[in-house]
Design a binder for this molecule. Structure first.
Ligand SMILES: Cc1cc2nc3c(=O)[nH]c(=O)nc-3n(C[C@H](O)[C@H](O)[C@H](O)COP(=O)(O)OP(=O)(O)OC[C@H]3O[C@@H](n4cnc5c(N)ncnc54)[C@H](O)[C@@H]3O)c2cc1C
Length: 350
């Protein structure tokens, strides 16, 4: 008998988990309130590097290949289009940053991700060039709004996803009943709104608001994503997404003049471009202070799971983490220790 799993929340986390559970033969039902303010708002960029320290992302080699394969596979499965390879051009802020890039690009373990600086990068004028630039390889971006729309259509057509608000009165955690139906497992994937739900309320989930501008310009390179202080992501037809702000402990969904001003200043510091602002949007990232996801089974409720805390690198991590969580749910396979919510058990027991 296939296991019956209920997933609450169909954003990036819930959708990836649903695909992985279905691939493993489970019977899946998904429920979502129909108001996504993170996965659909995101720029969807997958950057192998963390520029702040010029380091590779955590578990990069595992996440990057599997993520890239996964999104292309889901394009085929759903008939949608959302995966785009990307070159990121980082303009250095200092000589020190350039030296660090030189050093890392000569390190064999960075070879798949960092191009060695060539004369064209040193002279490149697609933005203010203060200390030269370098190109990141193997990046990609997922058109987040399309990703969500196509997956929603796919799962709704198959009667897997229903549009419904999760109600605590219908939920019996001990017996894993929701609205009178019993499930073998229930997975909470409610993003930043998980904080308002009691079952996993003890976890230190944070709400980190972000805002993005969409601009139109015929003067900005459409071939590469420019980066310094902000990112400029070409999304086609002379449109670019410029982001993003980080507003800690803030779950409001209003766009603000202050964030707009910050993004304009960052963009103007990057280069002198003529552009028109077409849109400003806001969303909330589910983040954790230790920058690791929140995954695993509730310490007191058997068969009740969470998949959350995907933070700023959600689109890179979710495909692999969802596969690992599906194997944990269905076959009790162990989770990567840094991802497992058991690291916060003290918070529940105290
Ligand atoms: C401005 C911005 C830019 C970003 N840029 C990037 C980027 O470039 N690259 C990257 O990797 N990540 C980026 N992110 C982060 C990324 O979006 C998140 O990591 C990811 O979307 C989180 O997915 P999630 O499924 O956990 O949460 P969500 O997308 O919030 O999904 C949760 C779902 O649960 C549903 N839900 C909540 N409560 C209920 C309820 N009571 N009943 C029923 N359903 C409910 C919601 O409707 C929602 O659809 C960005 C985020 C923001 C805000």
């Amino acid at each position: 008998m296939p296991q019956k799993v209920l997933i609450i929340g169909a954003g990036l986390a819930g959708i990836c988990l649903a695909h992985r559970l279905l691939e493993a033969g489970a019977h899946v039902t998904m429920m979502d309130a129909g108001q996504n303010h993170s996965s659909a708002v995101a720029a969807g960029m997958v950057n192998p590097m963390v520029f702040r320290r010029m380091n590779k992302s955590w578990r990069l080699a595992e996440f990057l290949k599997e993520g890239s394969d996964f999104y292309q596979q889901i394009e085929k499965r759903t008939g949608g289009q959302f995966y785009h390879p990307l070159v990121i051009r980082r303009f250095f802020s200092s000589q020190q940053e350039k030296d660090l890039w030189d050093e890392k690009s000569n390190d064999q373990s960075y070879e798949p991700y960092l191009e060695k600086i060539i004369q064209e990068d040193t002279l490149n004028q697609s933005a203010h060039n203060l200390f030269g630039s370098g190109r990141v390889k193997a990046a990609f971006w997922v058109h987040a709004a399309n990703w969500l729309k196509e997956n929603w259509r796919y799962f709704t057509d198959q009667e897997i996803l229903i549009k419904e608000v999760f109600k605590a009165q219908k939920w019996e955690a001990e017996s894993k009943h929701y609205d009178g139906i019993q499930y073998d497992a229930v997975a909470f994937c409610m993003g930043y709104l998980q904080k308002n739900e009691a079952t996993f309320g003890y976890l230190p989930l944070q709400q980190t608001k972000g805002q993005i501008l969409t601009i139109e310009s015929s003067q900005i390179s459409q071939k590469e994503s420019l980066n310094r202080k902000c990112f400029v992501l070409p999304v086609g037809e002379n449109l670019f997404r410029v982001g993003a702000t980080y507003e800690w402990n803030n779950s409001s969904l209003h766009t603000t003049q202050e964030a707009k001003q910050t993004l304009i200043e960052n963009l103007n510091a990057l280069g002198s471009f003529d552009y028109q602002i077409r849109e400003q949007i806001a969303g909330v990232r589910p983040t954790v202070l230790d920058r690791r996801p929140l995954m695993g089974e509730h310490p007191k409720l058997q068969g009740v799971f969470i998949f959350n805390g995907l933070g700023t690198k959600g689109y890179m991590m979710a495909p692999t983490l969802a596969r690992e969580l599906a194997a944990h749910i269905l076959d009790s396979k162990g989770l990567h220790p840094e991802t497992c919510i058991s690291r916060f058990n003290d918070l529940l027991l105290n």
